[in-house]
Design a protein around this ligand. Structure first.
Ligand code: RIB
Ligand code: CA
Length: 312
Protein backbone atom coordinates (compact mmCIF):
# COMPACT_ATOMS: atom_id res chain seq x y z
CA UNK A 1 0.00 0.00 0.00
CA UNK A 2 1.37 3.45 -0.84
CA UNK A 3 1.30 5.68 2.19
CA UNK A 4 0.29 9.33 2.03
CA UNK A 5 2.72 11.77 3.62
CA UNK A 6 1.05 14.36 5.84
CA UNK A 7 1.91 17.19 8.20
CA UNK A 8 -0.72 17.88 10.88
CA UNK A 9 -1.02 21.54 11.90
CA UNK A 10 -3.02 21.64 15.09
CA UNK A 11 -4.28 23.39 18.24
CA UNK A 12 -5.12 20.46 20.59
CA UNK A 13 -8.03 20.52 21.68
CA UNK A 14 -9.77 17.22 22.37
CA UNK A 15 -10.99 16.83 18.79
CA UNK A 16 -7.53 17.58 17.42
CA UNK A 17 -6.24 14.87 19.75
CA UNK A 18 -8.62 12.29 18.29
CA UNK A 19 -7.64 13.36 14.76
CA UNK A 20 -3.96 12.83 15.60
CA UNK A 21 -4.67 9.43 17.18
CA UNK A 22 -6.62 8.32 14.09
CA UNK A 23 -3.73 9.38 11.85
CA UNK A 24 -1.16 7.54 13.97
CA UNK A 25 -3.33 4.41 13.96
CA UNK A 26 -3.70 4.35 10.17
CA UNK A 27 -1.08 2.68 7.96
CA UNK A 28 -2.32 4.62 4.95
CA UNK A 29 -0.77 7.76 6.43
CA UNK A 30 2.83 8.72 7.20
CA UNK A 31 2.92 11.62 9.67
CA UNK A 32 6.08 13.56 8.79
CA UNK A 33 5.56 15.89 11.72
CA UNK A 34 3.12 17.85 13.83
CA UNK A 35 3.16 21.65 13.94
CA UNK A 36 1.40 23.35 16.83
CA UNK A 37 -0.39 26.68 16.54
CA UNK A 38 -2.18 28.90 19.07
CA UNK A 39 -5.94 28.45 18.91
CA UNK A 40 -8.13 26.50 21.30
CA UNK A 41 -5.56 27.30 23.99
CA UNK A 42 -2.27 29.25 23.89
CA UNK A 43 0.75 27.82 22.04
CA UNK A 44 2.53 26.72 25.23
CA UNK A 45 -0.35 24.29 25.78
CA UNK A 46 -1.04 23.24 22.18
CA UNK A 47 2.60 22.18 21.66
CA UNK A 48 2.55 20.32 25.00
CA UNK A 49 -0.79 18.66 24.23
CA UNK A 50 0.43 17.49 20.82
CA UNK A 51 3.32 15.70 22.55
CA UNK A 52 1.01 14.24 25.21
CA UNK A 53 -1.11 12.70 22.45
CA UNK A 54 1.88 11.34 20.54
CA UNK A 55 3.06 9.59 23.72
CA UNK A 56 -0.47 8.28 24.42
CA UNK A 57 -0.27 6.68 20.95
CA UNK A 58 3.21 5.29 21.71
CA UNK A 59 4.74 7.53 19.05
CA UNK A 60 7.34 9.65 20.80
CA UNK A 61 9.25 9.48 17.49
CA UNK A 62 6.93 12.00 15.81
CA UNK A 63 8.65 15.41 15.57
CA UNK A 64 6.53 18.13 17.17
CA UNK A 65 7.30 21.80 16.48
CA UNK A 66 5.92 24.97 18.04
CA UNK A 67 4.65 27.55 15.56
CA UNK A 68 2.90 30.88 15.80
CA UNK A 69 1.65 32.05 19.18
CA UNK A 70 -0.75 34.63 17.76
CA UNK A 71 -2.65 35.37 14.55
CA UNK A 72 -0.94 37.33 11.77
CA UNK A 73 -2.51 40.64 12.70
CA UNK A 74 -5.20 40.11 15.32
CA UNK A 75 -5.26 39.42 19.03
CA UNK A 76 -5.51 35.71 19.84
CA UNK A 77 -8.96 34.40 20.74
CA UNK A 78 -8.96 31.07 22.59
CA UNK A 79 -11.69 28.53 23.48
CA UNK A 80 -11.11 27.36 27.04
CA UNK A 81 -14.88 27.51 27.48
CA UNK A 82 -15.08 24.53 25.15
CA UNK A 83 -11.83 22.63 25.77
CA UNK A 84 -11.09 23.48 29.42
CA UNK A 85 -8.08 25.36 30.76
CA UNK A 86 -5.57 22.70 29.65
CA UNK A 87 -7.12 22.17 26.23
CA UNK A 88 -7.28 18.43 26.95
CA UNK A 89 -9.61 18.40 29.97
CA UNK A 90 -11.34 15.07 30.60
CA UNK A 91 -8.68 12.38 31.09
CA UNK A 92 -5.69 12.70 33.42
CA UNK A 93 -2.75 12.30 31.03
CA UNK A 94 0.93 12.54 32.07
CA UNK A 95 3.09 15.47 31.06
CA UNK A 96 5.18 14.68 27.97
CA UNK A 97 8.72 13.34 28.19
CA UNK A 98 9.47 13.56 24.45
CA UNK A 99 11.18 16.86 23.58
CA UNK A 100 9.75 19.69 21.55
CA UNK A 101 11.82 19.99 18.38
CA UNK A 102 14.18 22.96 18.06
CA UNK A 103 13.25 25.52 15.45
CA UNK A 104 9.99 27.09 14.36
CA UNK A 105 7.14 25.10 12.87
CA UNK A 106 7.00 27.46 9.88
CA UNK A 107 10.61 26.61 9.03
CA UNK A 108 9.83 22.89 9.40
CA UNK A 109 6.94 23.28 6.95
CA UNK A 110 9.16 25.10 4.44
CA UNK A 111 12.13 22.73 4.85
CA UNK A 112 9.99 19.63 4.53
CA UNK A 113 8.02 20.78 1.50
CA UNK A 114 11.29 21.69 -0.26
CA UNK A 115 12.96 18.39 0.67
CA UNK A 116 10.11 16.06 -0.22
CA UNK A 117 9.22 15.33 -3.86
CA UNK A 118 6.85 18.01 -5.17
CA UNK A 119 3.18 17.07 -4.91
CA UNK A 120 3.68 14.35 -2.31
CA UNK A 121 2.96 16.10 1.00
CA UNK A 122 -0.56 16.90 2.24
CA UNK A 123 -1.05 19.62 4.84
CA UNK A 124 -3.79 18.96 7.43
CA UNK A 125 -4.61 22.18 9.31
CA UNK A 126 -6.91 21.54 12.27
CA UNK A 127 -6.69 25.01 13.84
CA UNK A 128 -6.20 28.62 12.78
CA UNK A 129 -4.23 28.85 9.52
CA UNK A 130 -1.49 31.13 10.88
CA UNK A 131 1.43 28.69 10.46
CA UNK A 132 0.41 27.75 6.92
CA UNK A 133 -0.09 31.35 5.82
CA UNK A 134 3.22 32.46 7.32
CA UNK A 135 5.04 29.60 5.55
CA UNK A 136 3.44 30.57 2.23
CA UNK A 137 4.39 34.22 2.76
CA UNK A 138 7.98 33.39 3.79
CA UNK A 139 8.55 30.86 0.98
CA UNK A 140 6.08 31.27 -1.90
CA UNK A 141 7.91 28.54 -3.83
CA UNK A 142 6.46 25.84 -1.53
CA UNK A 143 2.82 26.49 -2.51
CA UNK A 144 3.05 24.57 -5.80
CA UNK A 145 4.85 21.73 -3.98
CA UNK A 146 1.83 21.03 -1.74
CA UNK A 147 -0.13 17.93 -2.81
CA UNK A 148 -3.33 19.13 -1.09
CA UNK A 149 -4.52 21.06 1.93
CA UNK A 150 -7.29 19.21 3.79
CA UNK A 151 -8.48 21.53 6.54
CA UNK A 152 -11.18 21.69 9.18
CA UNK A 153 -12.75 25.12 9.09
CA UNK A 154 -15.55 27.32 7.88
CA UNK A 155 -19.22 26.68 7.29
CA UNK A 156 -21.96 27.38 4.80
CA UNK A 157 -25.33 26.02 5.96
CA UNK A 158 -24.15 25.87 9.61
CA UNK A 159 -22.82 29.44 9.31
CA UNK A 160 -20.88 29.84 12.57
CA UNK A 161 -19.98 28.56 16.04
CA UNK A 162 -17.85 31.31 17.60
CA UNK A 163 -19.92 34.14 16.12
CA UNK A 164 -23.25 33.97 14.30
CA UNK A 165 -21.34 33.95 10.99
CA UNK A 166 -17.89 32.44 11.58
CA UNK A 167 -16.32 29.11 12.51
CA UNK A 168 -13.57 29.29 15.16
CA UNK A 169 -10.49 28.29 13.11
CA UNK A 170 -11.19 30.84 10.40
CA UNK A 171 -12.39 33.50 12.83
CA UNK A 172 -9.21 33.43 14.93
CA UNK A 173 -7.05 34.34 11.91
CA UNK A 174 -9.12 35.46 8.92
CA UNK A 175 -6.12 37.12 7.27
CA UNK A 176 -4.26 33.81 7.32
CA UNK A 177 -7.28 32.01 5.92
CA UNK A 178 -7.53 34.59 3.13
CA UNK A 179 -3.88 33.95 2.18
CA UNK A 180 -4.39 30.18 2.13
CA UNK A 181 -7.64 30.24 0.15
CA UNK A 182 -6.08 32.62 -2.42
CA UNK A 183 -2.80 30.66 -2.63
CA UNK A 184 -3.84 28.39 -5.50
CA UNK A 185 -2.98 25.24 -3.56
CA UNK A 186 -5.57 22.43 -3.94
CA UNK A 187 -7.88 22.70 -0.92
CA UNK A 188 -10.50 20.39 0.57
CA UNK A 189 -12.61 22.05 3.27
CA UNK A 190 -14.23 20.05 6.07
CA UNK A 191 -16.74 22.61 7.41
CA UNK A 192 -19.21 22.61 10.29
CA UNK A 193 -21.79 21.46 7.72
CA UNK A 194 -20.05 18.08 7.90
CA UNK A 195 -18.73 18.01 11.46
CA UNK A 196 -22.07 18.87 13.04
CA UNK A 197 -23.30 15.56 11.60
CA UNK A 198 -20.45 13.63 13.27
CA UNK A 199 -21.83 13.63 16.81
CA UNK A 200 -20.50 11.45 19.60
CA UNK A 201 -23.79 10.01 20.77
CA UNK A 202 -23.80 7.87 23.91
CA UNK A 203 -23.61 4.56 21.99
CA UNK A 204 -20.63 5.88 20.07
CA UNK A 205 -18.94 7.08 23.26
CA UNK A 206 -19.68 3.71 24.86
CA UNK A 207 -17.95 2.07 21.88
CA UNK A 208 -14.81 4.14 22.55
CA UNK A 209 -14.86 3.04 26.20
CA UNK A 210 -15.49 -0.58 25.20
CA UNK A 211 -12.18 -0.63 23.31
CA UNK A 212 -10.77 -1.26 26.76
CA UNK A 213 -7.39 0.41 26.21
CA UNK A 214 -5.85 3.61 27.61
CA UNK A 215 -6.50 5.25 24.22
CA UNK A 216 -10.14 4.21 24.18
CA UNK A 217 -10.65 5.39 27.74
CA UNK A 218 -8.93 8.72 27.06
CA UNK A 219 -11.00 9.36 23.94
CA UNK A 220 -14.22 8.54 25.80
CA UNK A 221 -13.29 10.95 28.60
CA UNK A 222 -12.18 13.69 26.19
CA UNK A 223 -15.38 13.55 24.17
CA UNK A 224 -17.48 13.39 27.36
CA UNK A 225 -15.87 16.65 28.49
CA UNK A 226 -15.95 18.29 25.11
CA UNK A 227 -19.64 17.57 24.47
CA UNK A 228 -21.08 19.52 27.41
CA UNK A 229 -20.55 22.83 25.54
CA UNK A 230 -22.39 21.66 22.44
CA UNK A 231 -25.15 19.97 24.41
CA UNK A 232 -25.84 23.23 26.32
CA UNK A 233 -25.56 25.35 23.17
CA UNK A 234 -27.18 23.25 20.46
CA UNK A 235 -29.03 20.67 22.55
CA UNK A 236 -27.07 18.26 20.42
CA UNK A 237 -26.94 14.54 21.03
CA UNK A 238 -23.19 14.63 21.48
CA UNK A 239 -19.92 16.38 20.73
CA UNK A 240 -19.26 17.13 17.04
CA UNK A 241 -15.97 15.45 16.21
CA UNK A 242 -14.66 18.22 13.99
CA UNK A 243 -10.99 17.48 13.35
CA UNK A 244 -11.05 13.66 13.03
CA UNK A 245 -13.21 14.18 9.93
CA UNK A 246 -10.07 15.54 8.21
CA UNK A 247 -8.12 12.38 8.98
CA UNK A 248 -11.04 10.16 7.98
CA UNK A 249 -11.31 11.98 4.64
CA UNK A 250 -7.69 11.11 3.89
CA UNK A 251 -8.28 7.45 4.72
CA UNK A 252 -11.78 6.90 3.31
CA UNK A 253 -12.89 9.89 1.16
CA UNK A 254 -15.97 7.94 0.06
CA UNK A 255 -17.50 8.69 3.46
CA UNK A 256 -17.94 12.29 2.34
CA UNK A 257 -19.60 14.27 -0.44
CA UNK A 258 -19.08 17.87 -1.50
CA UNK A 259 -18.69 20.17 -4.47
CA UNK A 260 -15.96 22.30 -6.04
CA UNK A 261 -16.90 25.89 -5.41
CA UNK A 262 -15.46 29.34 -4.81
CA UNK A 263 -14.75 30.18 -1.18
CA UNK A 264 -13.71 33.64 -0.06
CA UNK A 265 -13.01 34.89 3.46
CA UNK A 266 -14.51 37.97 5.10
CA UNK A 267 -11.53 39.92 6.48
CA UNK A 268 -12.96 43.43 6.96
CA UNK A 269 -16.49 43.49 8.35
CA UNK A 270 -16.57 43.30 12.15
CA UNK A 271 -20.12 41.90 11.85
CA UNK A 272 -19.19 38.93 9.66
CA UNK A 273 -15.41 38.67 10.19
CA UNK A 274 -14.09 35.19 9.38
CA UNK A 275 -17.13 34.10 7.40
CA UNK A 276 -16.37 31.56 4.66
CA UNK A 277 -18.45 32.88 1.77
CA UNK A 278 -18.94 29.67 -0.21
CA UNK A 279 -20.66 29.97 -3.59
CA UNK A 280 -22.43 26.64 -2.99
CA UNK A 281 -25.17 27.39 -5.55
CA UNK A 282 -22.83 28.78 -8.22
CA UNK A 283 -24.49 32.19 -8.37
CA UNK A 284 -21.27 34.10 -9.12
CA UNK A 285 -18.58 33.83 -11.78
CA UNK A 286 -15.87 33.52 -9.12
CA UNK A 287 -13.45 30.70 -9.96
CA UNK A 288 -13.86 27.57 -7.83
CA UNK A 289 -10.90 27.21 -5.44
CA UNK A 290 -12.00 24.53 -2.97
CA UNK A 291 -13.58 21.11 -2.67
CA UNK A 292 -16.16 22.12 -0.04
CA UNK A 293 -17.62 19.07 1.72
CA UNK A 294 -21.27 18.98 2.67
CA UNK A 295 -22.19 15.53 3.97
CA UNK A 296 -20.76 12.52 5.80
CA UNK A 297 -21.69 8.88 6.38
CA UNK A 298 -21.55 9.33 10.16
CA UNK A 299 -22.00 5.65 11.02
CA UNK A 300 -19.24 4.73 8.59
CA UNK A 301 -17.02 7.42 10.10
CA UNK A 302 -17.45 6.17 13.66
CA UNK A 303 -16.96 2.55 12.59
CA UNK A 304 -13.64 3.52 10.96
CA UNK A 305 -12.59 5.67 13.91
CA UNK A 306 -13.40 3.12 16.58
CA UNK A 307 -11.72 0.26 14.68
CA UNK A 308 -8.56 2.30 14.16
CA UNK A 309 -8.34 3.61 17.73
CA UNK A 310 -8.46 -0.01 18.90
CA UNK A 311 -5.19 -0.61 17.07
CA UNK A 312 -3.24 1.78 19.34
O1 RIB B 1 -14.71 25.12 15.08
C1 RIB B 1 -14.13 23.87 15.41
C2 RIB B 1 -12.65 23.94 15.30
O2 RIB B 1 -12.13 24.90 16.22
C3 RIB B 1 -11.95 22.61 15.68
O3 RIB B 1 -10.76 22.49 14.96
C4 RIB B 1 -11.66 22.81 17.13
O4 RIB B 1 -10.54 22.02 17.57
C5 RIB B 1 -11.30 24.26 17.17
O5 RIB B 1 -9.93 24.37 16.77
CA1 CA C 1 -8.65 22.19 16.18
Amino acid sequence: MSTRKIIIDTDPGQDDAVAILLALASPELEVLGITAVAGNVPLALTQKNARIICELAGRADIPVYAGCDAPLSRTLVTAEHVHGKTGLDGPQLPDPVMPLQDGHAVDFLIRTLRAQEAGTVTLCPLGPLTNIAMAFQKAPDIVERVQEIVLMGGAYFEVGNITPTAEFNIYVDPQAADIVFKSGAPITVVPLDVTHKALVTKPRNDAFRAIGTPVGQAVALMTDFFERFDREKYGSLGAPLHDPCVTAYLIQPGLFTGRHVNVEIETASELTLGMTVADWWGVTDRAPNANFLGDIDADGFFTLLTERLARL
